[in-house]
Design a protein around this ligand. Structure first.
Ligand SMILES: [Zn+2]
Length: 147
């Protein structure tokens, strides 16, 4: 349910696990072991995790932008910034990759417009600053203006 939110948080540089198919008990023990914050809309999960002294954020808003603002305020983040550190798809680490190492994987149109590429060390997906980044930058600006 919060999968899209997880993607955004990864783009902001956060190590953010998302798994919709594990049970509450596994989520709680993982959070405990790895000192993670749980972000959930599920009241039962939130209550059970809080009982185990885990920091829980249960957004009250339903739009992504408002949820991100709530998270930033709860965590005392002064601003969000786009980072290229975590894969938005799988949370793997992103590494800068040189264009000539991946020539055949990048459409020529893209190569004409961008020079910066990153590759995920887990799923091997290649990222570049495409048009969606413009929308992300706009969103970041709107959020930061309210923090
Ligand atoms: Zn990945």
């Amino acid at each position: 349910m919060l999968g899209k939110l997880a993607k955004k948080l990864r783009m902001f540089g956060f190590d953010c696990m998302y798994n919709s198919s594990i049970d509450d008990e596994s989520i709680i023990s993982l959070a405990k072991i790895e000192s993670r914050v749980i972000i959930t809309m599920d009241s039962n999960l939130a209550i059970n995790a809080m009982k185990r002294d885990i920091l829980v954020i249960k957004p009250e808003n339903h739009t992504e932008k408002e949820q991100l603002i709530e998270i930033a305020k709860k965590m005392n983040f002064k601003k969000f910034e786009l980072q290229y550190s975590h894969c938005s798809l799988c949370n793997g680490k992103l590494n800068i990759i040189l264009e000539d190492q991946i020539l055949e994987k990048i459409p020529p149109m893209i190569r004409r417009h961008t020079r910066n590429f990153w590759q995920c060390d887990e799923c091997m997906h290649i990222f570049w600053e495409g048009s969606h980044i413009k929308n992300m930058k706009k969103l970041v600006g709107e959020i930061n203006a309210r923090l």
